[in-house]
Ligand binder design. Structure first.
Ligand code: NAI
Length: 247
């Protein structure tokens, strides 16, 4: 990867003000892209955008689950930052519970944020990408979407849904010059995994051939590769970045 390979590109990263999304935003910014950071909290999104490498980045407030807000924010991004060349659907939540105790709201909220949210931004951004016959979409799914996880029926369903959507969008938009891939992180140290106990971390490490949980920087560079010119012949793929946990 060369330093300025994303020069002139605009990348929109949902949930980009912390964790994995922030690491992806920083990696794409370091590659020369201008970043639109999308977060539920607009002030935090703006503060995160201001700290990224380079200039021309902006932060925007938006709930990805709300399709009207998504349409409005996309129009705002296109007028303030520029047409979106790269879309990273990273925003996500967990509402874990065992199956028999899982409430309707816990199921619905996770599907709305993780799966519908990715759909909302993909549909909104695809129109311009197809017209320009150029664009890249990267969906941040999870290894849990590939192998399931007890206590996460809602989350695993949302992440498996993203994989089906990735492949469908890849097939539908390939002839219009738009690529779509998924990146499936394993267990990465962020606010999302912050509540794991030492015993849980130790048990998890035993299942990871590379012997450690991942860091957000383990994801940023792979995301940059997948949205960049070196990956121009890759579409419809799911790349696990998980220390070898799932193979
Ligand atoms: P995080 O909780 O630190 O960050 C998630 C971000 O998404 C936050 O900034 C949050 O405000 C934003 N977000 C959530 N719902 C939103 C909504 N409705 N509208 C707008 N923004 C919203 O989590 P983390 O760990 O950085 O996760 C990022 C992505 O990576 C998620 O999709 C997660 O499912 C996925 N992932 C994380 C793994 C991990 O081990 N941390 C493993 C596999 C996947």
């Amino acid at each position: 990867m060369s330093a300025g390979e994303l020069e002139g590109k605009v990348a929109l990263v949902t949930g980009g003000s912390r964790g994995i999304g922030l690491a992806i935003a920083e990696s794409l910014a370091a590659g020369g892209a201008r970043i639109a950071v999308i977060g539920r909290d607009g002030e935090r999104a703006k503060a995160a955008a201001a700290k990224l490498t380079g200039s021309g980045h902006c932060g925007f407030s938006c709930d990805v689950a709300d399709s009207e807000q998504v349409k409005e924010v996309l129009a705002l991004v296109e007028s303030e930052v520029g047409p979106v060349d790269i879309l990273v659907n990273n925003a996500g939540i967990t509402r874990d519970n065992i199956l028999l105790r899982m409430k309707d709201e816990e199921f619905d909220e996770v599907i709305a944020a993780n799966l519908k949210g990715a759909f909302n931004f993909t549909r909104a951004a695809a129109r311009g990408m197809m017209k320009r016959r150029d664009g890249v979409i990267l969906n941040i799914t999870s290894v849990v979407g590939l192998i399931g996880n007890a206590g996460q029926a809602n989350y695993a369903a949302s992440k498996a849904g993203m994989i089906g959507m990735t492949k469908s969008v890849a097939k539908e938009l390939a002839s219009r010059g738009v690529r779509c891939n998924a990146l499936a992180p394993g267990f990465i140290r962020t606010d999302m995994t912050h509540d794991l106990t030492d015993a849980q971390v130790e048990a998890l490490q035993g299942q990871i051939p590379l012997g450690r949980l991942g860091e957000t920087d383990d994801i940023g560079g792979v995301a940059r590769f997948l949205v960049g010119p070196s990956a121009r012949y890759i579409t419809g793929q799911v790349l696990a970045v998980d220390g070898g946990m799932v193979m």
